[in-house]
Design a protein around this ligand. Structure first.
Ligand SMILES: *Cc1c(COP(=O)(O)O)cnc(C)c1O
Length: 381
């Protein structure tokens, strides 16, 4: 059964972005694509195989369920790394499947050792160090104890990674904090060096670009691959200093639906629930079967934009659970079934995800990942 809207993912745009990332990457650094949050809304089981077909063979996810989804969708072998949540009862699966995971507290480490021992198979762990983000990661006074625990259990563990995460590398205002983290991480690298971690890693998209020395052996690139900058600051600092700079990244995602009803409303009538929109002239209203339950934020009420027949139109009234309304008064030929572009291009107009963020208070990351999992995703050229 068709859904009320659908998402298209552009293969050529991903190719373009991967070229850009690979050119910025040190030759020996491994690229891991971060596909948490349903591949930032792009649809993990459509997106994973697409990226794999373009030569990507390392992926980072947040939890074991995502690792499972990704693994199931891929037809070629790839390394998968869980950066966040894995429960005790998911650990055996991860070990058996060779899926790596972050370890940032002692219970998980001990549990991992016990399971690996029982299975007679080594676990691939990434030891996360606390360097100043103060979220997860082992603090310095635990390091020597950990060192010994890992050393004593080397027949059950592969120290696949030694890692940390920066607390906001996309903002110049955080520069001092990031520098301190780099310094703390250096000490950690020295401490654990004799255990020969396979990948030293720390960089997200922003650090990858702005702190190239943090690329180490592997980079965890998220938002950049989808054609978005972590922040405007990062874009300007990386590309935008010169006149006529054009964005080298391309967005992969388009989100489309179709008009389900068109009607004319007389001057003086309110449109939709309540009194938030008053027709100040005869208004042609198009109803679109997409609402906040589909990820089109209520904060876009009377503010969002869409494209119909190559023309930019505005959302009028409040966004409902399953329906929004557009003012199509200026498009005489408009009819039921016409394509509506919510994100992407039509004719020579375009609606970007960032324009959404300007009209609502959502940021790119949030808007993308809120696109429901059940909207079908299709790959286009
Ligand atoms: C999300 C995440 C990344 C990727 O961040 P981007 O800003 O999207 O590149 C990297 N590392 C960790 C631990 C993350 O949680």
């Amino acid at each position: 059964m068709d859904n009320t809207s659908y998402i298209e993912i552009s293969r050529s745009a991903l190719e373009n972005n991967l070229d850009y990332i690979r050119a910025k990457k040190k030759a020996k650094t491994k690229l891991s694509l971060v596909v948490k949050g349903n591949a930032y809304g792009h649809g993990i089981d459509t997106y994973g195989p697409l990226a794999a077909s373009l030569g990507v063979n390392h992926f980072s996810v947040f939890d074991a369920h995502e690792a499972y989804q990704l693994k199931r969708s891929l037809s070629s072998p790839a390394e998968i790394m869980i950066m966040g949540m894995i429960t005790d009862d998911q650990i055996p699966w991860a070990i058996e499947e060779g899926v790596g995971f972050f370890v940032f507290e002692e219970h998980r480490l001990k549990q991992t050792i016990a399971v690996a021992k029982a299975l007679g198979q080594k676990a691939r762990i990434h030891l996360e160090l606390e360097t100043g983000m103060n979220r997860t990661g082992f603090v310095k006074n635990q390091w020597s104890h950990l060192y010994k625990l890992i050393q004593d259990n080397s027949e059950h563990l592969i120290l696949e990674g030694l890692c940390t995460h920066f607390a906001g590398a996309e903002s110049v205002a955080n520069h001092l904090r990031i520098s301190k983290q780099l310094k703390a991480f250096k000490e950690g690298r020295k401490t654990f060096k004799p255990l020969e971690p396979h990948y030293i890693h720390a960089a997200c998209s922003a650090a990858f670009l702005r702190f190239p020395k943090s690329q180490y052996d592997l980079v965890r690139v998220g938002i950049l691959q989808y054609g978005f900058w972590p922040s405007v600051e990062t874009y300007i600092a990386t590309e935008g200093m010169h006149e006529n700079a054009t964005d080298p990244l391309q967005r992969l995602i388009s989100w489309k639906s179709r008009i389900m009803n068109v009607k004319e409303v007389a001057k003086g009538e309110y449109i939709g629930y309540g009194t938030s929109y008053l027709a100040t002239q005869t208004t042609k209203v198009a109803a679109v079967p997409v609402g906040y339950s589909h990820g089109f934020s209520r904060s876009l009420s009377n503010a969002g934009r869409a494209l119909v027949r190559g023309t930019r139109v505005g959302v009028i009234g409040v966004v409902n659970m399953n329906v929004m309304m557009l003012d199509v008064s200026h498009i005489p030929s408009v009819e039921v079934g016409d394509e509506v572009v919510l994100i992407g291009e039509q004719g020579n107009q375009s609606i970007s995800v960032s324009s959404f963020s300007e009209y609502s208070d959502q940021m790119n990351y949030e808007l993308l990942t809120r696109l429901p999992q059940d909207i079908p995703r299709y790959i286009t050229d």
